[in-house]
Design a protein around this ligand. Sequence first.
Ligand SMILES: Cc1cc2nc3c(=O)[nH]c(=O)nc-3n(C[C@H](O)[C@H](O)[C@H](O)COP(=O)(O)OP(=O)(O)OC[C@H]3O[C@@H](n4cnc5c(N)ncnc54)[C@H](O)[C@@H]3O)c2cc1C
Length: 506
Amino acid sequence: MDAIHDIFVIGGGINGCGIARDAVGRGFSVFLAEMNDLASGTSSGSTKLIHGGLRYLEFYEFRLVREALMEREVLWKNAPHIIWPMRFVLPYAKGLRPAWLIRLGLFLYDHIGGRKLLPATRTLDMSKDPAGKPLKPLFHKAFEYSDGWVNDARLVALNARDAADRGATIRTRTKVVAARREGDIWAIRLEDLASGKAEEVKARLLVNAAGPWVDHVLSATVGQNDVHNVRLVQGSHIVIKKKFDDPRAYFFQNKDGRIIFAIPYEEEFTLIGTTDRDYPGDPHDVKISDTEIDYLCAAASEYFAQPVTRPDIVWTYSAVRPLYDDGASKAQEATRDYVLKADGGEGKAPIVNAFGGKITTYRRLSESMLEKIEGFLGKRGKPWTANASLPGGDFPAAGFDAQVAKLKSAYPFLDQRLARRLTRLYGTRAQLLLGLAKSNADLGRNFGADLYEAEVRYLAENEWALTAEDVLWRRTKRGLHLSREQVSALDEFMRGISQRHVVAAE
Ligand SMILES: Cc1cc2nc3c(=O)[nH]c(=O)nc-3n(C[C@H](O)[C@H](O)[C@H](O)COP(=O)(O)OP(=O)(O)OC[C@H]3O[C@@H](n4cnc5c(N)ncnc54)[C@H](O)[C@@H]3O)c2cc1C
């Protein structure tokens, strides 16, 4: 096909998918290529917080914190299935940050970010509050404040789904291997990593949203010299069998001045992270180190009455932050804000690169990107994503339990746990997945832990899931529950499905 697209987006992480969705919704024609699975880079390896970033106040990042705080309620409203409010308990400990400083930070947190629905900060007496129970008795006082939780990988898939529903072309397992200017047009060479087929696509503007690969794309794919815009910083997490029943998360200060979170995770687990260390390798190969495991276990054990040890760990994951290199001396001090840089125009095909950013600010980054794009291609439509639900998110922000009840009344055979899980992942679209089913048997094969064929097929047909890993670790977290044999069985099933997709596409 010779059509020239308005915009070609490199990268199917949160930023690429958010930009594609915003752009297509304004009337641009959009093509997005992701070399692996959606969210297979940094966007599935975050701490999964929709947060202002209390810690960034110490580095005077007021612009970023204010924008991020304001996004909390906007994103919750638009995706209440995968985003929800969470309260954080910050135990006060002598010898660390003084209470007045924490109070000042939390005062700013409560007041600079347009908080309307989220409850304000309060002080806890840890000898009486249940939050004190799993901790060592030396913590007498704590502060409790609001932020949000997000299913990061699903946020990416839903942005891609919505972009495709509005007309964008989304290609996964498709690598951009070269991009060259032909006057004011880009000729972009793609390689389908599954079939090896090559293809060329043309576009008026190139968006480089390749996350940790953003500099690599500029040097290896676009052919620029002397590229150094991002600092790659590894962050790792451990997941353990749950240490506490309380729905609140903990914010622990460490002796080295860093902080870690301990967060209720997937009903039965606690998520602990993260770390910060400069990363020299290929972002694909990132893996937790022994030092990081020891660090996270030791830091959490300073607070929990029952120490966290290696045998408690059921899963770990690591990712690389593509931080804009502002020359900070320590990895933890490098800015978390985003920077967009454009090149081209006036006869030279334009490129806009996205450096840095947070999951929390992806929608605002996308709006800023659209301002740059419209500077080159002309205005098409107004900003629109602040008031538009993501797929499945078209129910009231505080209406999650009512939505579960609705699903149960339409499908009385679902047990409460499955109804909750499906509503958490798919919101109102759970009904599309369940179709005309009248019993569990109608959902097809059970691959384990209530992962039925109907769900797997829905993910393959609607959310670009191609492998067992896509299903088990990104579209869902059923990987935490399946045995090795069950994973192999799903793998085989997925190979059968993707084989059929290849045949259908030929
Ligand atoms: C440990 C850790 C914790 C974090 N915690 C939080 C948090 O709690 N809250 C928060 O808001 N943010 C958090 N972040 C930050 C957030 O995760 C990132 O800013 C965000 O995910 C970056 O998204 P991205 O789209 O820029 O990059 P990515 O998600 O990495 O996407 C880039 C994509 O580009 C693709 N790509 C690269 N080259 C090519 C090519 N040539 N052709 C085709 N595709 C290509 C890659 O495969 C990749 O999927 C955290 C980050 C880390 C590492």
